[in-house]
Design a binder for this molecule. Structure first.
Ligand code: GYE
Length: 329
């Protein structure tokens, strides 16, 4: 804990802050209490998954639970994430929790955190760094495994038939994009009658996907043969559905099969009504695992480096309204 230093810094910044309008963000009165200060750097609010992930963090890292949470939304920019980490280092927070937007470009700033003695916990996506000791642990999903589950469903569903696939990717270079893409590409390479028609960048958002998908569909002859749209998250699936249906492509068992990842409530509802054919779960409720890691570190222990969460797949056949209603996200 760095309470004394932080309190002094906060007092100073409160005094100077109004005069010079600069300096580290004050952590407020809470810092005067014996709270663990967490500097959290979220990607943004690009998807339903991301919103559920942020809510999970805010629900666990509360003052009642002994934490003071400094939450930064990087608005989908790595440079904002890097500046937030530098600010957290200046503020001498106890832990940094980072949801890295993409895998590359982290060596220097994580080295700075290490030199300042602040453990970094990665949530959701990973980083590609030369020295693995730059972070304490990573909590999240196995995106390659998720993609392979989708490919296995395709193989089972189409059983040797020709499959024409549109692939809409998430934020380029993010672990979720890399894993889900690698799984599809390896499956296409292994099935000679699966054809990848196009790979589009949907950036994990509905708006971008609607735009790129509408453009792409306009470039095809009317009623082109499309069997599957492999969407790397739910919001991509929503944008693709909208674009497909507007151009007269029915989606579901007798039309284009939409595959999605995340399986948040909106997508599960579309799956139950048949417009989405497969929803591969990606669990955003990761805060309890992050808290366990913090408790291990606080007790002087060494947490496991990698924590994967268990996930399942949903189809219109195995889903029920009760399951959707009982879901927290
Ligand atoms: O699938 C998507 C989000 O990295 C698992 O990022 C996360 C992905 C998730 O924006 O909806």
């Amino acid at each position: 804990m760095r309470r004394a230093f932080l309190c002094a810094l906060l007092a100073l910044s409160l005094v100077l802050g109004s005069a010079c309008g600069a300096g580290p963000e004050p952590a407020g009165e809470a810092a005067a209490e014996d709270l663990t200060v967490i500097g959290m750097c979220q990607v943004g609010a690009e998807s339903d998954w991301r919103v559920a992930n942020s809510e999970s963090m805010k629900a666990v890292f509360t003052e009642e639970n002994g934490y003071h949470l400094l939450f930064e939304d990087a608005r989908q920019k790595q440079e904002n994430q890097i500046s937030a980490i530098r600010k957290f280092i200046q503020q001498q927070v106890d832990y940094i929790v980072l949801m890295p937007i993409s895998e590359s470009g982290w060596d220097s700033v994580l080295q700075e955190a290490k030199e300042a003695g602040i453990p970094v916990i990665l949530v959701d996506r990973g980083v590609d760094v030369k020295d693995e000791s730059l972070y304490a642990a990573r909590v999240g999903s196995d995106f390659l495994r998720e993609g392979r589950a989708a490919a296995a469903w395709m193989a089972e569903t189409f059983r040797g038939e020709a499959v024409r696939i549109i692939h809409i990717q998430g934020t380029p270079g993010s672990t979720a994009q890399l894993g889900r893409t690698a799984a599809l590409e390896e499956a296409v390479a292994a099935h000679e009658n699966w054809e990848l028609l196009v790979q589009l960048d949907g950036d994990f958002t509905q708006a971008k996907t609607y735009e790129v998908m509408t453009d792409y569909l306009s470039s095809l002859p009317a009623e082109a043969d499309i069997d599957v749209v492999y969407c790397e998250n739910d919001n991509i699936a929503f944008g693709a559905l909208q674009a497909l249906e507007e151009r007269g492509y029915p989606c579901g068992r007798d039309g284009v099969r939409i595959i999605t990842f995340d399986a948040t409530r909106g997508a599960l509802t579309e799956c139950l009504n048949g417009r989405i054919s497969l929803a591969v779960e990606c669990n955003p409720l990761l805060a309890p695992l992050v808290e366990e890691i913090i408790q291990t570190l606080a007790a002087g222990g060494t947490p496991e480096k990698r924590h994967y969460v268990e996930e399942q797949v949903f189809t219109p056949e195995n889903l029920t309204q009760d399951l959707i209603d009982s879901r927290k996200y």
